[in-house]
Structure formats: structure tokens, C-alpha cells
Write a protein that binds this ligand. Structure first.
Ligand SMILES: *[C@@H]1O[C@H](CO)[C@@H](O)[C@H](O)[C@H]1NC(C)=O
Ligand SMILES: *[C@@H]1O[C@H](CO)[C@@H](O)[C@H](O)[C@H]1NC(C)=O
Ligand SMILES: *[C@@H]1O[C@H](CO)[C@@H](O)[C@H](O)[C@H]1NC(C)=O
Ligand SMILES: *[C@@H]1O[C@H](CO)[C@@H](O)[C@H](O)[C@H]1NC(C)=O
Ligand SMILES: *[C@@H]1O[C@H](CO)[C@@H](O)[C@H](O)[C@H]1NC(C)=O
Length: 952
């Protein structure tokens, strides 16, 4: 009882005490009084004449927590005067709204206001900011200081590093407040910072690399006036990694370099303003894939074509584009010269003079044209060019002199330059070029003096040795061995093998009669095109697109002096025959469309380390989903398909995607966004057959047993047979070779890259067609006439059989003259038992019992490579010959081999898994096939359990 009374009394007393104490903290009161006293128009505050701002009732514009002032909200009252210098003693402040007044004088320090979350000080007249202003602002979320003439001895002020401790800072707005110096590194690392507006200051320098991956959504750095260059500078490569960006304003600076290619990664970007900078180069196609609300590219030095932008508000005036309207391509010579410019990093003098779409019209510094308005001379000695020489110059067919002495050029002389048929003089003296020197025709005068890295030994006008494979070997969809990639443009090792001498040749049709097999290598002779040759009404100019190209695709140009003979070539394309009814295919492919974003993600943004191989159609990347599902992603080279109408491309994809066979690499999807053309294939873990035949030692692989080789031969034969006769339309592969035959984990072989030839551009003129194929595998009649039938594939298949038998590459200039062309040589030796035995791949464990089947394959190889197409067998015959040789071969029902075990409604990775599952368990597949006719799609869960045990 008594105890209770005491408690009650204590409670009452406490209550009274607290009432007394709850009058405003006297120190806070003093500061508020000083605040109003300093103002020349304090009356607008309407503060009452009492000493208790926290009240109740509290003073207008003041908010308290307990007896402490926590907020001052006086925005827009036009208050005039300074703030008290001990302002930071209002230590419980959480929210200060002083914006849009006329506060003047020194901004007091805010240091130690650790509870302060919001500080709006913008639109005032503060003169200076103390250097400890930001110290200890541990809770700061938003700070705005815009529009204050903050000066530090008239030189602007620097953002103190103290601010980095404000870990929750989300909005930092410091526009037009004389902020100087460089953009501090720490801002890029602030993990909460989403809005960074620093426009209209005196910043200089670049965007620091710390912004890599930053979560900033709004980054405004426009219109800086500081620094020697009056503004910010450097490249903007880092912004492409800032995937949260919605608004990027960089206008009115001196940013330079190219728009990063991966800018398309910025999926959320809505506003991009690059107006009035020093940007150069081509607008990356990926930029055109972004749906902008506004895009401003005005007043830079952009070149090349204007893409068709998706956004409505794109503006791009005052640049150096080749065309005035979006979507129009540049002339090929212009593109070639722009690539050259890219190689030498866009020297400003050339950038400003190389504009328009005709290098023979306008200034085009350093170029000289002939009367036919073709560039004949590149004359840029002592031009301070720094960088690499571009292979693209090989497309300037009329160039006879290239004078680039006394610059700072590095890297190699591109191998493609040997294709410059008019070239007389190449002077690259006084640079820093590296070997190898491509083998130019002896008529070309070379001046290579003063390049320390080039062998002073002039007789090395041939390429030095190369460890890499010959070019026809290095094209592969899934290879990524050092030896295979050595043939790529990026290789750094000197090569051991010589490049094929095939550079540019004309095969007069009149000689076709004698251009028979034995004479094959001989009859292709180096010479000049003969336009007016009377006995050769049609002549054929065959030249590889670029010898440094891993893939050595060749292009056939039919030079004709009578129309009729030329048109036969292009008339033979499959497309016209099947063009009707294409629309029905288009609608079928809706579900195959995969977003570029997804493909970027799984390939880690097409990272070089995911590169599996390169070919004439583009680069192939490995893609891996989070769940481990793998795909192969072929990113078509820009321009490869740009000449094709989109509809036609899609229609072709639709057709290809329907070609399903266990021995054909499946097309699983595709992307078309802007200029991106990406194809998605199943991933083949063992890579190309060529790796296992020719490079197994270097790669630490087991050599293929005879049994495996027979199996592979049969797989390929069945795949081809299907393409030729069993698919719903007849396909001709046109580029079958061991690097296009891919192996799965079980060494099951599949043919890749079929049908891609059709997607390649037809070329500039109707008389130019594209002859796909690789020397060594190319049927003679195809090489000569460009006419292609299924028998051209049969020929190539025969060559692959020879490779399987001998372990020798189809074409290898390292070998003695008579055996360079495997096919020609093999024909000579195949009928002699002794010679054949000697020719068998030493990696094969040769036993007498397999020799019989070896003879059978040798026979078949000869049959398939017969010189007359009609003497070669159909692929069905090859299947019949091979089947009995393959142990435990389980016959399949050919008619039902086409199946559609792909459920395109599933997400890509699940679709792949379902497909792998349908495929992986081969025997059960056969049974299912027999009983049900086609593979039903599996539920995703089932696929999961399968793939996890399978390890794929
Ligand atoms: C702020 O005050 C200064 C001087 O008192 C005056 O010149 C200026 O016009 C005022 N600015 C605004 C926005 O009221
Ligand atoms: C003002 O400038 C001086 C030297 O120029 C510098 O040391 C100081 O940190 C600057 N203060 C602020 C707040 O930027
Ligand atoms: C932060 O900045 C954004 C963008 O300017 C703005 O919409 C938002 O209101 C700001 N947040 C605060 C709390 O001021
Ligand atoms: C030449 O180029 C190299 C590398 O591209 C560069 O490091 C060097 O500074 C350049 N030299 C001159 C004189 O431009
Ligand atoms: C491809 O080759 C490069 C360099 O040779 C290597 O770094 C990379 O890991 C390889 N990628 C794959 C998928 O094997």
C-alpha cells in the first residue's frame, strides 16, 4: 500500500519535471534567435515573442523532437541575411529546408550534424563553404547546394573527401556552385548514391574508373568550364558499365573517343546528351537499340552512317556523317577509310576533313583520286599517325600508292593488303611495325626501313614461320585452342606456316576443260583481271576477303563483257525458288526471339574470354546460364546482314530453325535488335573435328581412334544426306570442312554453319556473288563457275574423309608441292596399297583388321571427290557404305529423323536443357522416335534432374 503511494508520487513528480524540462533547449533557442536577428526581413517568419519554439504550439517553420529543434523549413520565403556560424550546434537537426531564399555570406559548417538526413541549401547566395562542412554527416541522404556562388579565393571549391563517410547519401545535387577540381574517385564508390548532379561547375578531368558498376541513375556533368580544356575530358567507356543509368548528361565538355560499343547494355537509359563534345567514330549499332526519350548527339565528330534510332527525339546535327538521313549505308570506300581512321585513333585533322560519302569529292586530306573518281593514293607521311593499319584498306581496289612513312604506326601490315591489285608502292618506313610482313607481289615496291621490329633481312618478304593452322583451318564455331586462334587477326605469335599463296586469281573459263583435278592447284594462276579478253568472255576473280580472316571465305566476282553469262551466277541462288511462302515461316519463329540483353548476360557481355571462335559470319561466344546450361552465341559481324532486308533474314532463320537433325548443330534462337544479328546454337563441348585431327597434341587431347573416325564420318554423312534430301527443302552446305564439324561429349558429330551462306550479303553489284567455301575443300566446278549443287558438298565430304584417314589438313603449304592439296595428292596414292599404308595417320593404331575398312573409306573418299560432279555419289550412298563399318550401328528410320524436340515456349536455358535431354540419351531417343514419332518437350523439372546428373 505504502509502496504504491510512493510510486505514484514519484511518477507525478517525474511528470512535472518533464513538463518543466520540455521547454525548448536554451541553446537551440539562442541559435534560432540569432538566426532571425541576422535576417533583414525576419518578420516574414512570423515567429511569436516567446522563448519556446518547440511549444506547444511550436513556432512557424520549426519542428522539434522533444525539446530539441529537428527541422527548419523556410524554403521560398525570400529571407535575406547570413546563417549563424554556430548553426551546427542544432545537433538534433534531421531536415533543413533553407532553399530558395536569399541567404548570403559564409555557409556555416554543418560538421557533426550526424542526424541530418536532408539538407536543402540550394538557390541562395552563400559566398563560401568551409572545408569541414561535410565532416561527420553520418546520416546524410540528400544534399542540395545548387545555385550558390560558392567561391574559395575565386577559384571554386573542392569536394572534401569527408563526404564519403555519408554512406547513405542518395541525392547529391551541386549544380552551378563553383565546384572545381576533378570528379572525386570516392563518389563512384558510394553504394547508395543514385542521383549525382554536378552540372555548370568548374570540373575538369575524366569520369573516374571507380564509377565502374556504380548504381547512379542520374549523372549530370554537363557544361563544366574548369581546367585547361575548359570542361571534363577523356573517354566515357566507364559509363557503359553503369547499368542503372536513366539519364546521362555530358554535353558541353570535351569528352572524346568513341561511344562505347556496349552502351546498349544500358537498358534503362532514357536520356543521353552528348552535345558539344569531341566524340569521334561511328555511332555503335547498339545505341540504336535503346528506347530513348531524348538523345542528343549534336556537335561532335561522329562519322559513318546515321543509325535508325528507336527514340523519337534523336538529334545529331553538325557531325561528319557520310549521309544526311538515318539508315543509309556509307559507300564501301568510305567505310574502308573510316576503319583506317579508327585504326589510327581519329587524328583530328583527318576527322575534320574526311566527311561526306565520296572520298574523291571534298577535301579528304591525304587522299588522291584518279579521273574515274577512285582513290589511288593514300599520302599521309609525317602525319603523327599513331595506331594500327586497318585491313579495310584492301577494299580500296584502285590504290596504287600508300605513303605512310615517319608516323608512329604499330602492329602488322594487314595480310589483306596483298589483295590490293593495283598496288605499286607501299612506304611505311620510319614506323614501329611488327612482323610478319605479308607476301606482296614482286611488282610491289616496299619500303620498310626504320621499323626496328621488322627483320632487317629484306628477303623476308614472305611471312615468317607460324605455329598456327592455315587459314582454312582456323575457322571454327567452337574451337578455342591457342593454335586455332593463332590464325585470328589478334594473334601475336609469329606464324610458322605460310599463308596460302592464293591471293587473287582469274580462272578463264576456257581453261575449265583442263582445270581438272590434277591441274587444280596449277590452273589457278596469279594474274591480272582481263576485262577485254576475247577468248574468255567471262572470267572469274576469286579472292579471299581478308587473308588475316580466320575463315578465308572467298568471294567470287564475275567479270563479264556480256551480260548473259554474268547473271547466271546470281540466278542460281536458292532464295528465289523458296521466297514464296516465306511469310508462313516468319510467324512460326516468334518464340525463338531471344533478347540481346539475355545473350549479353550469359556471355558476360560478349567477353573475349568467352570467345569460342571466329568465322566470316562473326564471332562465336560461349554463353552460360546461372544454372550451368551452355549455349553458343554467334554474333554476326556488323554489316554481314545489313544489306539483307529484315524480313528476308527472319524468313531464312525460320527455315534454318526448322532443320532439325541429330547430326546438325541446332539453331535455338536468334536476336535482331538494331543492327545486332545474333544466332543461338547448342553448345558442342568437344569443339571442332579439326582440333582432334590436327591439333590434338598441342591441346593435350587423345588422338581419335579409327572407330571414332568411322562414327564421325557416318554422322557427317547422315547430316549431309538429311540436308540434301530429307529436310523439307534441299540445302547445300557449301562450306563443309573439319572445322565446321563439331563434336559433343560423346564424340557424336554434328555439322555446323549450314545455311549461313544464304544470310551473307550478295555484294554490291548483281554480278558479284559470294562463293563460300574453303580452298582445299572446294569442288573444282564450284570454284570455277560458282554453280553449286549438292555434289559440291559431296566433294568436301570426300576431302574430310581423306583428313580422317591421313590426319593431314586439306590444304597445307608447309607440305611439299605435290602434297599441298590433300585431295589431288590422295588421288595419286590411293590405289597403291603401299602408298596408302604410308599415308595413314600415324596417330592411328594401324592393325591389319582395320586396313580393310581403311581401304573402303579411301575408295569412298576417291569416289566423292571425282572430278565430274555427276560421277560423285549421293550422300545416301556414303551412308550405305559407312553404316556396315560402324560397330554396333543401330539403324534409324531415316524418314522420321526430323523432329522438333524443342519447346520454344520455355525460357532459353530450359529449352536448351530439354533439347539436350532429348538428344543426350541417344538410345532412348531412338526408341521414343520409333514409338511416338517425335520427342515431346519435357517439363523443366525433368530436364533439371537430367542435366544435373549428366553434368552438362
Ligand atoms: C538577394 O539580395 C541581394 C542583395 O540584398 C539582391 O541584390 C538580390 O536581388 C536578392 N536576390 C533575390 C533572388 O531576391
Ligand atoms: C580552398 O582552396 C584551398 C587552396 O586553393 C584548398 O586548400 C581548400 O581545401 C579549398 N577549400 C574548399 C572548401 O574547397
Ligand atoms: C532525389 O533526386 C531525384 C531525381 O532528381 C528526385 O526525383 C527525388 O525527389 C530526390 N529525392 C529527394 C529526397 O530529394
Ligand atoms: C607512339 O605510339 C606508342 C603506342 O601507341 C605511344 O606509347 C607513343 O607515345 C607514341 N609516340 C609518339 C611520339 O607519338
Ligand atoms: C578462349 O581463348 C582465350 C585466349 O586464348 C582464353 O583466355 C579463354 O579462356 C578461352 N575461352 C574458352 C571458353 O575456352
Amino acid at each position: 500500500m505504502e509502496a504504491d503511494q510512493i510510486k505514484l508520487t514519484v511518477a507525478l513528480c517525474m511528470c512535472l519535471v518533464s513538463l518543466v524540462i520540455s521547454t525548448t533547449d536554451p541553446n537551440d533557442l539562442a541559435i534560432l534567435k540569432q538566426f532571425s536577428k541576422g535576417l533583414s526581413n525576419a518578420e516574414v517568419l512570423k515567429w511569436p515573442n516567446n522563448d519556446d519554439p518547440c511549444g506547444p504550439p511550436s513556432w512557424p517553420h520549426i519542428f522539434c523532437t522533444g525539446n530539441r529543434v529537428s527541422q527548419i523549413q523556410v524554403q521560398g520565403l525570400n529571407l535575406k541575411g547570413p546563417l549563424p556560424q554556430n548553426f551546427n550546434q542544432l545537433s538534433m537537426l534531421t531536415n533543413v529546408g533553407l532553399q530558395k531564399n536569399n541567404f548570403t555570406g559564409n555557409l556555416p559548417s554543418f560538421s557533426g550534424l550526424s542526424r541530418l538526413r536532408y539538407a536543402y541549401l540550394d538557390f541562395n547566395n552563400f559566398d563560401t563553404i568551409p572545408s569541414d562542412f561535410f565532416r561527420g554527416l553520418d546520416g546524410l541522404e540528400v544534399l542540395a547546394l545548387d545555385n550558390n556562388p560558392l567561391l574559395n579565393k575565386t577559384a571554386g571549391w573542392l569536394l572534401p573527401v569527408d563526404l564519403q563517410n555519408s554512406a547513405q547519401l542518395a541525392n547529391l545535387s551541386l549544380m552551378d556552385c563553383n565546384l572545381a577540381g576533378v570528379l572525386p574517385d570516392f563518389l563512384g564508390q558510394m553504394s547508395s548514391l543514385e542521383v549525382l548532379k554536378l552540372s555548370f561547375n568548374r570540373l575538369s578531368g575524366g569520369i573516374p574508373v571507380t564509377f565502374q558498376g556504380s548504381v547512379v541513375r542520374i549523372l549530370w556533368l554537363n557544361e563544366q568550364s574548369g581546367g585547361a580544356s575548359h570542361g571534363m575530358s577523356g573517354t566515357i567507356d566507364v559509363v557503359a558499365s553503369m547499368s542503372s543509368l536513366t539519364s546521362l548528361w555530358l554535353h558541353g565538355n570535351h569528352f572524346s573517343g568513341k561511344i562505347p560499343k556496349n552502351i546498349g547494355d544500358l537498358a534503362s537509359l532514357q536520356e543521353l546528351n552528348l552535345n558539344s563534345n569531341d566524340f569521334v567514330g561511328l555511332i555503335p549499332d547498339t545505341l540504336a537499340t535503346i528506347h530513348f526519350k531524348s538523345l542528343d548527339l549534336n556537335n561532335n565528330h561522329f562519322m559513318g552512317p546515321i543509325p535508325r534510332f528507336k527514340g523519337v527525339n534523336a538529334s545529331y546535327r553538325t557531325n561528319s556523317f557520310c549521309q544526311n538521313d538515318p539508315g543509309l549505308p556509307c559507300a564501301p570506300e568510305v567505310m574502308a577509310l573510316l576503319e583506317f581512321l579508327d585504326g589510327v585513333n581519329y587524328p583530328p585533322r583527318l576527322v575534320s576533313s574526311w566527311s561526306g560519302n565520296n572520298p574523291c569529292d571534298g577535301p579528304w586530306l591525304g587522299l588522291i583520286c584518279n579521273a574515274n573518281r577512285e582513290v589511288t593514293m593514300i599520302n599521309l607521311p609525317k602525319f603523327n599517325l599513331s595506331g594500327n593499319l586497318s585491313p579495310s584498306i584492301a577494299n580500296l581496289h584502285s590504290v596504287s600508292e600508300i605513303l605512310l612513312s615517319s608516323n608512329n604506326l604499330t602492329g602488322r601490315i594487314p595480310a589483306s593488303w596483298v589483295n590490293l591489285k593495283s598496288l605499286k608502292l607501299l612506304d611505311v618506313s620510319g614506323n614501329n611495325l611488327s612482323p610478319p610482313i605479308p607476301r606482296f607481289d614482286s611488282s610491289v615496291k616496299l619500303n620498310l626501313n626504320g621499323n626496328p621490329l621488322l627483320n632487317s633481312n629484306k628477303s623476308s618478304a614472305t611471312a615468317p614461320p607460324d605455329n598456327g593452322p592455315s587459314p582454312e583451318e582456323s575457322m571454327s564455331l567452337h574451337n578455342n585452342s591457342t593454335s586455332e586462334s593463332a590464325g585470328l587477326k589478334t594473334h601475336t605469335k609469329p606464324s610458322k606456316k605460310k599463308r596460302p599463296k592464293l591471293v587473287m586469281f582469274v580462272v578463264p573459263v576456257a581453261t575449265f576443260g583442263i582445270l581438272i583435278f590434277m591441274a587444280f592447284p596449277l590452273s589457278i594462276y596469279l594474274c591480272k583481271k582481263r576485262r577485254n579478253s576475247i577468248e574468255n568472255p567471262t572470267s572469274l576473280l576469286v579472292h579471299p576477303k581478308d587473308l588475316s580472316d580466320s575463315d578465308n571465305l572467298v568471294k567470287v566476282v564475275v567479270e563479264s563483257n556480256n551480260q548473259g553469262s554474268a547473271s547466271t551466277l546470281t540466278g542460281s541462288s536458292l532464295g528465289s525458288r523458296y521466297s514464296s511462302g516465306m511469310n508462313s515461316h516468319i510467324t512460326d519463329t516468334g518464340n525463338m526471339i531471344v533478347s540481346v540483353q539475355v545473350l549479353r548476360k550469359v556471355t558476360n557481355n560478349f567477353a573475349p574470354e568467352n570467345e569460342l571462335g571466329r568465322g566470316g559470319f562473326g564471332v562465336v561466344y560461349k554463353g552460360e546460364f546461372d544454372d550451368g546450361t551452355k549455349i553458343a552465341v554467334k554474333r554476326m559481324e556488323a554489316g554481314v546482314t545489313s544489306g539483307k532486308a529484315l524480313d528476308e533474314f527472319e524468313a531464312e532463320i525460320a527455315v534454318l530453325s526448322k532443320v532439325r537433325h541429330r547430326h546438325l548443330v541446332s539453331l535455338l534462337g536468334y536476336s535482331i535488335e538494331g543492327f545486332e544479328r545474333i544466332l543461338v546454337y547448342e553448345y558442342m563441348p568437344q569443339g571442332a573435328l579439326s582440333r582432334h585431327l590436327f591439333h590434338w597434341k598441342n591441346l593435350g587431347l587423345e588422338p581419335l581412334s579409327w572407330k571414332k573416325r568411322l562414327n564421325i564420318a557416318l554422322d557427317v554423312a547422315r547430316g549431309l544426306e538429311y540436308l540434301h534430301t530429307l529436310a523439307h527443302r534441299s540445302f547445300i552446305h557449301r562450306d563443309l570442312k573439319s572445322s565446321n564439324i563439331l563434336l559433343g561429349d560423346d564424340f557424336k558429330a554434328k555439322i555446323s554453319d549450314f545455311g549461313l551462306v544464304k544470310l551473307a550479303p550478295d555484294g554490291e553489284k548483281s554480278v558479284v556473288t559470294r562463293l563460300a567455301g574453303t580452298f582445299g575443300y572446294l569442288a573444282p566446278e564450284y570454284a570455277v563457275t560458282g554453280k553449286v549443287t549438292t555434289k559440291a558438298d559431296v566433294f568436301s565430304f570426300g576431302v574430310v574423309l581423306m583428313e580422317l584417314l591421313t590426319g593431314l589438313m586439306a590444304l597445307d603449304e608447309e607440305r611439299p608441292e605435290e602434297s599441298q592439296y590433300l585431295a589431288a595428292w590422295f588421288w595419286n596414292i590411293k590405289s597403291s596399297t603401299e602408298k596408302l599404308k604410308a599415308a595413314i595417320d600415324p596417330a592411328l593404331d594401324m592393325k591389319e583388321e582395320i586396313f580393310e575398312s581403311i581401304c573402303t573409306i579411301a575408295e569412298l573418299a576417291g569416289h566423292c571427290t571425282a572430278r565430274e560432279p555427276n560421277q560423285r555419289p549421293e550422300m545416301g550412298h556414303a551412308v550405305n557404305v559407312l553404316s556396315p563399318l560402324v560397330e554396333k550401328w543401330k539403324p534409324l528410320k531415316d524418314e522420321i529423323e526430323e523432329y522438333c524436340g524443342i519447346d520454344y515456349s520455355l525460357p532459353l536455358n530450359q529449352m536448351v536443357k530439354g533439347w539436350q535431354e532429348a538428344e543426350g540419351n541417344d538410345l532412348s531417343f531412338v526408341d521414343l522416335e520409333d514409338s511416338r514419332g517425335s520427342i515431346p518437350s519435357r517439363p523443366a523439372g525433368f530436364a533439371d534432374s537430367f542435366t544435373s546428373t549428366d553434368g552438362r
